[in-house]
Write a protein that binds this ligand. Structure first.
Ligand code: BDP
Length: 703
């Protein structure tokens, strides 16, 4: 026993000496370990000098706390925060346009021209003394600026001559938690819910504050606490008091609380006989409920609503439209400046259209201009449902008189849960940069979001109560990237990957280049092993983890693989051109022409839009069948390559995280291989093609 203890002690000393302290991933990208480069450390210490935060408020206290924690850690010395500038240099945080200090450093006018949440970081010289000013018209902006400044040191940037101005492109940058009151999380792969409803409001888990810090550090400013499939009891007074307690912890970090409401709440919770929007009692119920919420949560953001979708109640139950339903709720929220985020994720009836991909557009376009001014229509990135790759949703750019916000999925529901490394920044960039041609060439999806009367974006969170928050240490990168992109950052995916890697894994050059390389192609790899050439929705119906290409249910064809790939002896793919469902017709003519044309259609979406013969020859020189085989294989090969890459970091990253990622990579390889084999074997039974013996044999049990 004694000996064992000694060995452990020696080992940890060795690890610490090498800079590799034990890690559990809990600190996310806010690790603040001391900078190892001595030269840089010395330089930063001189430049930072002292930290001056003027004023007092919960947010300024949060800023003070973060700068103290961050700079003390990074610089390896206790950095106290003062209110007066005494030393030769200082970092000064100012959150107001009127401050005397602002006048002193000559930035007052410039600051006054900035929008809410914007900030600037400037190096200025005053009376021969060096000052780094972090300033914003609002406290939230100053907080974002403080995190930005910390990031500069965490990623080892030059902090002389700073001249940074940042402003978010979208007003509401929200994480949607699909968390239930019983602590389970729909499509959550990182333990249970972060919100301990049974302990609230009496007990506050310290993680709430860490969560707030993480969100604020990447510019997120809202959180929907509960599942889109909402229970009416979520709005019961007891639960509202619990939500109010969470709002109190999140508020200093600039984060507003939102809730998902069940449309039938007036009936199910309020005891009314109807939830019909034309019934004055139902309308009154919403007004009273909303007033109650604001008496508990004065800065409540509003409601997210999933109505008449996948069995949820909604206005169509009363032969009314989505607009009728949304406007009733909006009316109750309007006096308080609250908003409704009404989801366009609807595909109820094959009477609307036989092609599921077309239904949301067909239901929502006739309602353009009919929504109240405080209603958003919240549109998923693509027209089906969070597949590894989708074309952008045709409602982006098409709804011209409605506020539209985008909904992305951070949790990897269809991309290997918390087993697979799949870095999603490239996917979101592809979405934001897609040209809708809504106002002629060059109107990207992001342009349409920015031009919307109200602006916003939501991401379905991947955080749970696992120690490392996201189940997989690499999945933290997706939370991080979503925040950075939601802010409207123009950084490339690689730049975001580099930032995250430096902050999360350290700045060793080999570690940075290796992790970055692994992240770079990981999304495309997953697309290859799960949906090459645009094959989609062929996963098994419950967990959405493994493939199940061979099913066809007569009653709910949309839930079966065959509906989407339509493979038979002659060919494969979903014809969405004019000869088929004509889903392409929902896009602007230029986009439709590109998708509909066999030559011009991007290969990644080929079978999304076209049904072709197995022998159709693609521009790659391969037939469709050959290309499918080689793409499945490329996906598997990428995972193998990631294993090699990761192995090369043995001893360079801490043992705990190293081993955890290594184990996950083994599981990812099994997952990718299974997709390849199950799908190819199935398609072979349909097309009777040969030539894939090697691929298929590789993973056969050998006995
Ligand atoms: C699907 C999920 C389901 C969600 C639904 C939604 O499988 O759990 O409830 O989306 O977004 O992707 O409402």
């Amino acid at each position: 026993m004694r000996v064992q203890l000694n060995i452990t002690a020696v080992l940890s000393i060795l690890l610490l000496a090498g800079g590799l302290r034990a890690e559990d991933g809990h600190r996310l990208w806010l690790r603040y370990d001391q900078i190892q480069d001595r030269q840089l450390l010395k330089q930063y210490s001189l430049q930072v000098g002292e930290i001056v935060v003027a004023g007092d408020s919960p947010t300024l206290t949060a800023i003070r706390g973060e700068l103290h924690r961050g700079l003390s850690g990074l610089l390896g010395q206790d950095m106290s925060v003062v209110t007066n500038w005494k030393q030769k240099s200082a970092v000064m945080v100012i959150a107001s346009t009127n401050s005397l200090l602002m006048e002193t450093v000559g930035l007052r006018q410039e600051l006054a021209s900035l929008g809410d949440e914007a900030y600037l970081i400037r190096s200025v010289t005053k009376d021969n003394r060096l000052l780094t000013v972090v300033a914003s018209p609002t406290e939230a902006g100053a907080l974002y600026g403080a995190f930005h400044f910390l990031r500069l040191l965490q990623t080892q940037q030059n902090i002389s001559n700073l001249n940074i101005t940042e402003q978010p492109k979208l007003q509401r940058r929200i994480l949607d938690h699909w968390d239930n009151l019983d602590g389970t999380v729909e499509r959550g792969y990182a333990g249970k819910s972060l919100w301990k409803w049974s302990e609230l409001p009496g007990m506050l888990d310290p993680r709430y504050q860490d969560y707030a810090r993480a969100c604020a550090s990447i510019g997120l400013n809202g959180v929907v606490l509960n599942n889109v499939n909402a229970k009416p009891e979520q709005l019961a007074t007891d639960n509202l008091k619990k939500a109010a307690k969470l709002a109190e912890v999140l508020r200093p970090y600039g984060i507003r609380v939102y809730l998902t409401a069940n449309f039938a709440s007036p009936k199910k919770l309020g005891g009314l006989w109807t939830a019909n929007p034309t019934d004055p009692k139902a309308r009154r119920w919403w007004k009273d409920k909303v007033d109650e919420i604001y008496s508990l949560i004065p800065d409540f953001g509003g409601f997210l609503m999933k109505a008449n979708s996948e069995g949820q109640p909604g206005p169509q139950d009363y032969k009314l439209t989505h607009a009728d339903g949304a406007n009733m709720i909006a009316e109750a929220l309007a006096p308080h400046d609250g908003v409704v985020m009404w989801r366009a994720f609807v595909y109820n009836s094959s009477k609307v259209d036989k092609d599921r991909a077309k239904r949301a557009y067909l239901e929502f376009m006739p309602l353009d201009g009919k929504f109240a001014t405080n209603v958003f229509v919240q549109v998923k990135n693509g027209p089906i449902d969070f597949q590894p790759r989708e074309p952008f949703h045709p409602l982006f750019g098409a709804l011209k008189k409605t506020s539209v916000m985008a909904e992305c999925e951070i949790t990897q529901e269809n991309m290997g849960h918390s087993t697979d490394i799949v870095f999603l920044a490239p996917m979101w960039k592809e979405l934001f940069q897609s040209d809708t041609f809504a106002n002629g060439r060059g109107t990207t999806v992001m342009d349409t979001l920015e031009a919307s009367p109200l602006t916003g974006i939501a991401g379905v969170s991947n955080a749970g109560d696992d120690t490392n928050w996201c189940g997989h240490d690499f999945a933290q990168a997706n939370w991080y990237a979503f925040g950075r992109l939601a802010w409207g950052s123009n950084l490339s995916s690689d730049q975001i990957a580099e930032e995250w890697t430096r902050m999360t894994w350290g700045s060793d050059a080999k570690v940075v280049s290796t992790v970055e390389a692994m992240l770079r192609g990981s999304w495309e790899a997953c697309v290859n092993y799960e949906m090459p050439l645009g094959l989609h929705h062929i996963m098994e119906g419950g967990g959405h983890y493994d493939p199940k290409p061979g099913t066809l249910s007569r009653n709910t064809p949309e839930y079966s693989g065959w509906y989407y790939h339509k493979a038979d002896v002659k060919g494969i793919g979903f014809d969405r051109t004019a000869t088929g469902s004509d889903a392409v017709g929902q896009y602007a003519p230029e986009v439709a022409a590109r998708f509909a044309n066999l030559e011009a259609c991007p290969p990644e979406l080929f079978l999304w839009f076209h049904h072709v013969s197995w022998d159709y020859r693609l521009k790659t020189g391969h037939t469709v069948w050959e290309e499918l085989c080689s793409r499945y294989q490329a996906g598997v090969d990428y995972v193998k390559e990631m294993q090699v890459q990761w192995e090369s970091l043995r001893g360079k990253v801490d043992v705990d995280r190293f081993e955890s990622v290594q184990t996950k990579l083994e599981a990812q390889l099994r997952h990718a291989t299974n997709w390849r084999d199950v799908c190819l074997r199935y398609f072979q039974t349909v097309n009777h093609k040969q030539g894939l013996k090697l691929l298929a044999d590789e993973t056969q049990p050998k006995n």
